[in-house]
Design a protein around this ligand. Structure first.
Ligand code: FAD
Length: 642
């Protein structure tokens, strides 16, 4: 058998972002031994980058807020394609999870009377985002790490070993899930520094690896977001859902080129910033879609009044859900009303005093000054859409986070369903807390129920090692293989150009041809040097995951012949009611045991959603639902005929 380091745990959590850490805490609190494995440094997960805040209907800024209103907003934002049970659990439990963070030591910004302050964000009826300036994710991660340290101190007091129940394996990348008879038996990975292999034997794995944004050229995402968890789960036999829905955040930096795509938080608009085109016009008033007519201010006066008092005026269309704002910006640019660098303007400078801007948005002020030499207290920002978040992910049971593979659980951005076709800002941080906890609990309950733990086989370890080492072998002696950086650049360019914010049948087909070409060439990717810290090798391994998830996105995007949320088809511009009830489910052709290839073929099949529970359904009035549902689906609605 290949030379590997072995570790045995009850639960292995892959990923140390918000979802992973919350799962670790929960499984440990059930008394289990937990390993957390992450490919970056501990504390440097993507969650750290979250800026604007964490959505939870605490009602601090407006006492009319409630979990029901949060639930309704989330379903509207996702264009009613969300898994409604997840949206319900999320809206009900988010306030408790935020409070709980304060018991771990978090300190959110405060209102004048000492309650947790809540800010406005796109698609949320009331100010709802608990925040720490524009560095909320940092506080979230810092706090959960602190909680983990305090649990380790308890373990030390009991056992004399800080790592008796929680151990962190940082800078270790998982490349394979190991199974016995279809059940999870562990995970295989390599240390980034030494290139040596390690296996983690455990009957339960919680996948919490985040998103897929590094597949696109212009993205707000960091280097870790290569869709590893999505691909690992798929190859282990789990399903992915909603992969056609990719969120392009409306406001990324567009200049200078070296920082193109870096996020400009929605908090800028939440705190009063407005979008303008090159004519100086606040164009968002021209882009209120019919499904939201009546819910948004129609004049600048009303929108500005709403900022002061969200009772007597309707909200500004600058804060429509992200998909709507991104499309509007795209249209303005296409119509020739763009800024010099191909974006639109975002103006906070004329909206509030300079010291207030620096106090509320310190990171944005710093970011623009350092990276673009723009002082946002004096000048407008130039912004445009950037690939930001994937709504699609591993199909899970809402209550437990379990996938269809026994022992495999998922939470956070790598899981699917909660956000439907479009996520509301702030709903990710709360999602991580709610479903991270549930997945940790689900995994613990599963482990406790087992009579016997599945075993890792030597043959599977050898196969995983061979797969990982393949890029060191040239396809033929003396030949030069493909360069992983070249392939990655080609992949990013084609996903950006052909499966981006606006899609068409012919362009998606071109993308699929390109993916087929890349998939062929990937088998001859060759890297030089040895296994000690070798970024080319790391990319070669990540690339296989990116190609696999790209296929899922492109194939699902081709099938969905309508426009909804984060999927806009120029050739099918309308939202079609019969599609609302349809999930597109990606799986590996022939199942998990069909040849063990790094980039297996995927198939996409439609699956109907479970109808919404009647008490939740009746929270919406008939008029609103009729914009999304078919007549047949609404036949039983109590408001029919009103
Ligand atoms: P992450 O935090 O990304 O963690 C993933 C972990 O998995 C990392 O530790 C990584 O190293 C590890 N990993 C990945 N692959 C492997 C592998 N193969 N082996 C081992 N480890 C692996 N959302 C909000 O709700 N509010 C906001 O204000 C907000 N602001 C944002 C600002 C920016 C700039 C960005 C990019 C996103 C923002 N989001 C926001 C979205 C939100 O931050 C993310 O969706 C969320 O943090 C994802 O958390 P996660 O726990 O799922 O994954």
């Amino acid at each position: 058998m290949a030379e590997v380091e072995r570790h045995a745990y009850d639960v292995v959590v892959i990923g140390a972002g918000g979802a992973g850490l919350r799962a670790v805490i929960e499984a440990r609190q059930r008394g289990l031994r937990v390993a957390v494995v992450c490919k970056s440094l501990f504390g440097k997960a993507h969650t750290v980058m979250a800026e604007g805040g964490c959505a939870a209907a605490m009602g601090n800024a407006n006492s009319k807020d409630s979990w029901q209103v949060h639930f309704q907003d989330t379903m509207r934002g996702g264009k009613f394609l969300n898994n409604w049970r997840m949206a319900e659990l999320h809206a009900r439990e988010a306030p408790d999870r935020v409070w709980e963070l304060e018991t771990y030591g978090a300190l959110f910004d405060r209102t004048a009377d000492g309650r947790i302050s809540q800010r406005n964000f796109g698609g949320h009826t009331y100010p709802r985002l608990a925040h720490v300036g524009d560095r909320t994710g940092l506080e979230l991660i810092r706090t959960m790490q602190q909680k983990i340290v305090s649990l380790q101190q308890e373990d030390f007091a009991q056992t004399g070993d800080y790592e008796a129940r929680i151990k962190v394996f940082a800078e270790c990348t998982i490349t394979e899930l190991l199974r016995e008879d279809g059940k999870i038996a562990g995970a295989f990975g390599y240390w980034r520094e030494s290139g040596r292999f390690a296996i983690f034997e455990a009957p339960a794995v919680v996948m919490a690896t985040g998103g897929i944004g590094k597949t696109w050229k212009v993205t707000s995402n960091s280097w870790e977001y290569t869709g590893d968890g999505h691909a690992l789960a798929l190859r282990a036999g789990a399903n992915l859902i909603n992969m056609e829905f990719v969120q392009f955040h409306p406001t990324g930096m567009v200049w200078p080129p070296s920082v193109k795509g870096i996020l400009v938080t929605e908090g800028v608009r939440g705190d009063g910033g407005v979008l303008k085109n090159s004519d100086g016009a606040r164009f968002m008033f021209d882009y209120i879609p019919s499904v939201f007519k009546g819910q948004y201010a129609e004049t600048e006066e009303e929108a500005d009044k709403w900022l002061q008092d969200n009772e007597s005026a309707r909200r500004t269309p600058d804060l429509l859900p992200r998909d709507e704002v991104a499309r509007a910006i795209n249209s303005e640019v296409k119509a020739g009303r763009s800024t010099p660098h191909g974006g639109v303007y975002l103006d906070i400078a004329s909206r509030m005093p300079a010291d207030e801007i620096v106090r509320r948005l310190p990171s944005m002020h710093h970011q623009f000054l350092e990276l673009a030499d723009v002082d946002i207290t004096k000048e407008q920002m130039e912004v445009g859409p950037t690939c930001h978040y994937v709504m699609g992910g591993i199909e899970v049971d809402p209550d437990t986070g379990s996938s269809s593979v026994p022992g495999l659980f998922a939470a956070g951005e790598c899981s699917g369903g909660m956000h439907g076709s479009n996520r509301l800002g702030g709903n990710s941080l709360s999602d991580l807390l709610v479903f991270g906890r549930r997945a940790g609990l689900g995994a613990a309950t599963y482990v406790e129920s087992l009579d016997r733990r599945p075993a890792v086989s030597a043959a599977d370890v050898d196969a995983a090692a061979a797969m990982a080492l393949a890029p060191f072998d040239p396809p033929e002696v003396g030949s030069v293989g493909e360069n992983p950086y070249t392939l990655h650049t080609e992949l990013q360019q084609s996903m950006n150009d052909l499966v981006g914010i606006i899609r068409t049948d012919s362009e998606i087909r071109l993308a699929l041809d390109k993916l087929e070409d890349i998939r062929h060439r990937i088998s001859s990717v060759t890297v030089e040097g040895h296994r000690q810290f070798n970024p080319g090798w790391h990319l070669a391994l990540d690339l296989r995951n990116m190609v696999l998830v790209s296929e899922c996105v492109a194939k699902a995007a081709l099938l969905r012949t309508e426009s909804r949320g984060g999927h806009t088809r120029d050739d099918h511009p309308a939202m079609e009611a019969p599609w609302r009830n349809t999930l597109l489910v990606c799986s590996v052709v022939g199942g998990a045991d069909s040849g063990g290839r790094a980039v297996p073929d995927v198939t996409v099949a439609p699956e109907p959603q479970q109808p919404m529970r009647p008490d939740l359904f009746s929270l919406f009035d008939f008029g609103e639902l009729s914009k999304y549902y078919t007549d047949a689906e609404l036949a039983e609605h109590p408001g029919k005929g009103d």
